[in-house]
Design a protein around this ligand. Structure first.
Ligand SMILES: [Zn+2]
Length: 129
């Protein structure tokens, strides 16, 4: 699947974002190695620390459906700046896809792409038992 198509799927989910406190809507579309796409949106909470980012929501949806191998992630926002994943999301993405390609797009800027390894060069790693 091409990056633009994945961005389109993320954009389609954007109206579903729940961001009544910040007004900052974000949506993500995560492509699995098998070609399936899982989307997620940010879900804020009145207890701010409980809010979850779109990227982690997409990962949780995919893992809950039995998918753990990801190749590409698209993240979109209506904001001005490209929605680069936060540090927590970078670490969660690195758990499953250290070689992930990430493409981000805002209202102003279209489709900048990065490798997760360049956004999180020394991810924490603990060997699973
Ligand atoms: Zn995040």
């Amino acid at each position: 699947m091409e990056a633009q198509e994945l961005l389109g799927l993320a954009r389609k989910s954007l109206p579903l974002a729940y961001a009544p406190y910040s007004g900052y809507h974000v949506a993500a579309a995560l492509l699995t190695e098998a070609g399936e796409v899982f989307t997620g949106v940010n879900v804020e909470n009145s207890s701010y620390g409980l809010s979850i980012c779109a990227e982690r929501a997409a990962v949780a949806a995919a893992v809950g459906a039995g998918q753990r191998k990801f190749t590409r992630l698209a993240v979109v926002t209506e904001g001005d700046a490209p929605p680069l994943p936060c540090g927590a999301c970078r670490q969660v993405l690195a758990e499953f896809a250290p070689n992930l390609h990430i493409i981000v797009a805002s209202r102003e800027e279209e489709g900048q792409s990065y490798l997760l390894a360049e956004l999180l060069p020394h991810a924490f790693v603990l060997r699973a038992k």
